[in-house]
Design a protein around this ligand. Structure first.
Ligand code: PLP
Length: 376
């Protein structure tokens, strides 16, 4: 279907493909013609090319692309659970997945137990019907890490699969599959596409573990379209250079913020003072490009900083070429009670920055000007 001499994979928009004969169609149905495509909801040459690139980047056998990160996460969970089975998940995961596990999955007889991430590695936390263990690292917005290896060990002993949401740590920052995690999920909306113009998600793992997810995707129809898959491949071409620059700038800004008297706390896994710095050096290849800092004075002070930004965009999401700022207590964590915020380590004065490609000097000038407004 694709010309091997093409430098760039073609964007194939056709939803259906011609067969030469009934015999060829029968051979295709038997799986004997893997290079042929039948119908775009099943598979598409452009989506297929993007999946292969993602699997190569992550170092897994296969990848399965979805219309969003949420579609990727929920389909991966559903593909591994039957009625009466349990997913054991960390409480500090992306809000949408938390909502799905706490409120949606139980309606269908799937049991989801949300626990402190430290409990995931305790073999006593797993029950005989625990089929899946789900966690996220680094965690939003505290940028604390979850130690993957003991979780994998406990899950394997019980015969359960592990799935990690690695959106904050794309390949280049971490490859938790190399530590034994069975399925790695990314919202490709973030770093992998990197330009805030594609919504998508991917699940990566062995052929054995991806195949049931791919089959469920066929019937749910929540696959990625070829046009965003093509755009995603363009984003992937610069992933490494983007991350190198974004991580270096994030580290430099974190160090400046850590010395700044107007800031009461800074979290970035690359700082020696970060509580998980030793784990970060072991588990990650870089430290990521997110920085979260806290200003004294809670939400009013954080809002003044937020409102004064001129270069960094006041916008949700992360991983873009543009730097983005969010206030967790009124965005990602808006639905949490005071007690839940405290348990998650989220302070009302927290300001989260996703560091983009602007110069370090320009970003610091923006933060410095905004921080001057923190105190009334
Ligand atoms: C860590 C994490 N996981 C999953 C998602 C969901 O991804 P999407 O918005 O692409 O559905 C997000 C989105 O913000 C996220 O930050």
């Amino acid at each position: 279907m694709t010309n091997s001499r093409d430098l760039v994979p073609p964007l194939v928009r056709s939803v259906t493909h011609r067969f030469e004969s009934a015999a060829e169609l029968e051979r295709y149905n038997r799986g004997e013609l893997p290079g042929l495509f039948m119908y775009s909801r099943y598979e598409n040459p452009t989506v297929d090319a993007a999946e292969k690139q993602l699997a190569q980047l992550q170092g897994t056998e296969q990848g399965c692309l979805f219309a969003s990160g949420m579609a990727a996460a929920t389909t991966a969970i559903l593909a591994n659970l039957g009625q009466g089975d349990e997913v054991l998940a960390a409480r500090n995961i992306y809000g949408g997945v938390h909502k799905f596990l706490a409120h949606v999955a139980p309606k269908w007889g799937l049991s989801a137990r949300l626990v402190d991430s430290s409990a995931l590695s305790d073999p006593r936390s797993l029950k005989p019907n625990t089929r899946l263990v789900y966690f996220e690292t680094p965690v939003n917005p505290t940028l604390r890490l979850v130690d993957a290896e003991p979780i994998v060990r406990a899950a394997r002993a019980q015969g359960a699969l592990t799935i990690v949401d690695s959106t904050f740590g794309p390949p280049g920052v971490q490859k938790l599959n190399e530590l034994g995690v069975d399925l790695v999920m990314h919202s490709v909306t973030k770093y992998l596409n990197g330009h805030s113009d594609v919504l998508g998600g991917v699940v990566l793992g062995s052929q054995e573990h991806i195949e049931p997810i791919r089959m469920l995707r066929r019937v749910l129809g929540n696959n990625m379209d070829p046009a965003p898959a093509w755009e995603l491949m363009r984003g992937l071409q610069t992933l490494d250079v983007r991350l190198a620059r974004q991580q270096a700038t994030a580290h430099a800004l974190a160090e400046k913020l850590a010395k700044d008297k107007r800031v009461s706390a800074v979290s970035h896994p690359g700082l020696a003072t970060h509580p998980d710095h030793t784990l970060a050096k072991k588990q990650m290849r870089g430290f990521g490009a997110m920085v979260t800092f806290t200003v004294p004075g809670g939400l009013p002070a954080a809002s003044r900083v937020f409102d004064a930004l001129q270069l960094i965009a006041r916008a949700a999401s992360l991983g873009s070429v543009e730097s983005l700022c969010s206030l967790p207590v009124i965005s990602s964590h808006a639905a949490l009670s005071k007690e839940e915020l405290a348990a998650a380590g989220v302070d009302a004065g927290m300001v989260r920055i996703s560091v983009g490609l602007e110069s370090e000097d320009a970003l610091w000038a923006d933060l410095d000007r905004a921080l001057a407004k923190a105190a009334v």
